[in-house]
Design a protein around this ligand. Structure first.
Ligand SMILES: [Zn+2]
Length: 420
């Protein structure tokens, strides 16, 4: 049975669709859609795909789905309404916050900080906790912004027996909900420590904004759904710009990505053409004690590992078990309405992708390298908000992700004990 909702609005709109895939053929069809559609979440077995359809393509898209007998729902008829809702929810929170006394070292987990605020916070933390926290400027982004990260250690990164866990967020600019997850990790490791063993037994590298140019742009009125970096000069008049940083790493480069600048998965002119990807590469190679790498994305409720081609690395079993333990820890504390996390090889669970940071982590010798897809929001449990962030969801999302990170650290510790 096919359920079709056809808009009778005569003015063109940008609409958010969820598409109900029934079999592998429909999944493949959806996941390989490309005309200027913006896939927000790829379809997987038993899970809808979510796609933003530009106003001029809404009719064509509906006709195509109809002809293929694929069910769909228009989640948001005009995405501008969702943007306005996000603005309003954030403004309401900001008004309340202005009435509270400031503690600059505790993050208010009810808003998404902009780049300046994040950098100020990193500076303040480093200043207040000089014995534990070192602020590092890893270099400049394409547009010249600092790529800052923290090194967190109670042994000044000098204890050779400690493994390092490296976490980054916002490699994709619009995936705002990943930022509070890394800020919360910093808070739990430095300011409000409740698990002392996590700082006694591990060193940490945390980069909250891995794509600062894109992230800054995502805070402008036209940029909220920007994913890539801001590389320009690729096409005349910059009719399209930006490189998908998560396709720019030198690992199976160019296989599961696009050479079309105008797509969301454009891989750049060559592997590591982008300074942001090079800086992350250099961190991954900076210390052979890095034994876990978590690249935080949204959305999809997934924990994924390589390779993006569908081939499995030698330690796939350990990767899978570690992924399951992280996912279980999150599933145990998440809201009932939210989907369970799934774990698996990225190509088998999702789609083939090449040049990803997660795969490059493996290639660089980090045994436990994962891509997290944090949950997307549903407004009151029904309408998909996707990348849009309801302030009430920020803290729960950060806390839940922290449970996963903790479980990952425990898994790494046990793995090392058993292999000694
Ligand atoms: Zn992403």
């Amino acid at each position: 049975m096919t359920r079709i909702l056809v808009t009778n609005d005569t003015s063109p709109i940008s609409a958010l669709f969820s598409v109900k895939v029934q079999n592998a053929e429909q999944i493949n069809y959806f996941n390989s859609l490309d005309y200027p559609l913006d896939i927000w979440m790829y379809a997987t077995q038993g899970r809808d795909g979510v796609v933003l359809v530009p106003k001029d393509y809404v009719q064509q898209f509906q006709d195509e789905l109809y002809s293929k007998g694929i069910e769909f729902v228009i989640e948001v008829e005009n995405i501008k309404d969702s943007l306005e809702l996000e603005d309003k929810l954030r403004a309401d929170k900001a008004r309340n916050r202005a009435m509270r006394p400031d503690n600059e070292l505790l993050v208010d987990f009810d808003d998404i900080y902009n780049l300046t605020e994040v950098n100020n916070y990193l500076e303040q933390i480093a200043k207040a906790y000089p014995d534990v926290v070192t602020l590092v400027n890893g270099g400049k982004s394409f547009e010249g912004r600092d790529m800052n990260y923290l090194k967190i250690s109670n042994s000044k990164f000098e204890n050779a027996s400690k493994p390092i866990i490296f976490i980054e967020s916002l490699l994709h600019a619009r995936e705002w909900v990943t930022l509070p997850a890394t800020l919360y990790a910093i808070e739990k490791l430095v300011v409000n420590v409740t698990d002392q063993d996590l700082i006694d037994d591990f060193d940490w590298i945390i980069m909250p904004v891995a794509n600062p140019d894109g992230y800054e742009f995502s805070h402008t009125s036209d940029g909220r759904f920007w994913r890539k970096n801001r590389r320009n000069g690729l096409l005349p008049n910059d009719i399209c710009l930006g490189v998908d940083l998560n396709r720019n790493f030198d690992v199976f480069y160019g296989i599961g990505s696009s050479n079309n600048v105008c797509t969301e998965i454009y891989h750049g002119t060559s592997a590591f053409s982008e300074p942001e990807a090079r800086i992350i590469r250099d961190i991954l190679h900076s210390d052979d004690r890095i034994e876990m790498f978590l690249d935080l994305h949204s959305f999809g409720n997934l924990i994924l590992y390589g390779w993006g081609t569908g081939d499995l690395p030698e330690n796939a079993f350990a990767l899978h078990v570690g992924g399951i333990q992280m996912a279980t820890a999150i599933n145990d504390v998440k809201e009932d309405w939210n989907l369970d996390y799934r774990v698996g090889n990225s190509a088998l669970v999702l789609y083939a992708a090449s040049g990803t940071a997660g795969d490059y982590g493996l290639k660089a010798g980090v045994p436990l390298s994962y891509t997290y897809e944090l949950p997307g929001l549903r407004n009151s449990g029904s309408t998909i908000l996707g990348f849009l962030v309801d302030p009430d969801f920020i803290k729960p999302s950060a806390v839940q992700t922290w449970e996963g990170i903790k479980a990952g650290a425990m898994f790494l510790r046990n793995l090392r004990r058993n292999s000694v």
